[in-house]
Structure formats: structure tokens, C-alpha cells
Design a protein. Structure first.
Length: 142
């Protein structure tokens, strides 16, 4: 039997373990900017492919407004805005399933938007990377 729990996942941004994630099914999203393969079909129906060298991508993280990790990410952004703390490195590891996402040569795009009210709200941070590797092993731990 296979299972998943956020307890099996660890997200590290510039050596800082991130916690205090919001609820929901997509609190960590990693995606490449472009397709790995481009296709072109000629007038005669023959297809050619081009392999993209663009491995750039983004990782988005949704935290509760009460998460201490917001302070850490804002401090990294503040350092970036004055030219320090560049570039960012990020790693997500699913210790239960073995999947790994890594981003290198990255930046935080901007501060997370802030919404305040009666209930605890969320804050989303977006990082863009020169190289985003998504390694899916799909192998559950024994």
C-alpha cells in the first residue's frame, strides 16, 4: 500500500527548512517554464522535434500568515533587493516516495501578498530558477 503525508516532505530554501504550510492540496507547486520537447509537423505530415535547453521554472509555496517561514523568506527577499543573498537554491524531498525537486540560480519574485481578516489567511511565495529539476521516482520507502 502506498501513502502520502506532508510529514514525508521537506522543503529547504537557502538552507532554511520551511514549515507552517497552508491547508489544501497544492501548497507546493513546481513547474518548468517551457516544454522539454518542441514539435513541428510539415506539410507532408512528417514531424520533427527540437530538444529545449531551457530548464528554467518556478516553485510556489503557500504558507499560513502565522508561519515563521514568512519572516525568513521576507529576510531573503530583502537581502536580494540590495544585491545580497543571490542566487537562491531550493530543494523539496519526499522522504516517503523519493521524489526530489531542486531549483538553482533562483530569485524570489516579490513579497507574498498580505490579506488580513477574522481568520488565518495564506501567503504565497513564488521563486523562479534558471534550472528546475523535477525527479519523480515514484518509489515508496520500504
Amino acid at each position: 500500500m502506498r501513502s502520502w503525508s506532508m510529514d514525508d516532505g521537506t522543503l529547504i530554501v537557502q538552507g532554511i527548512v520551511i514549515d507552517g504550510f497552508a491547508d489544501g492540496d497544492s501548497v507546493i507547486t513546481a513547474e518548468r517554464s517551457v516544454d522539454s520537447i518542441q514539435t513541428k509537423v510539415g506539410a507532408d505530415g512528417e514531424m520533427s522535434v527540437a530538444h529545449s535547453t531551457d530548464k528554467s521554472g518556478r516553485i510556489s509555496v503557500v504558507l499560513m500568515q502565522t508561519s515563521e517561514s514568512n519572516k525568513a523568506l521576507y529576510a531573503l527577499l530583502a537581502a536580494q533587493e540590495v544585491g545580497a543573498a543571490l542566487p537562491l537554491a531550493v530543494m523539496f524531498k519526499d522522504t516517503g516516495g523519493g521524489d526530489v525537486f531542486t531549483g538553482t540560480n533562483g530569485v524570489l519574485l516579490r513579497p507574498a501578498n498580505a490579506t488580513r481578516g477574522v481568520n488565518v489567511n495564506t501567503q504565497e511565495w513564488t521563486m523562479v530558477f534558471e534550472t528546475l529539476d523535477l525527479i519523480y521516482t515514484g518509489t515508496p520507502s520500504a
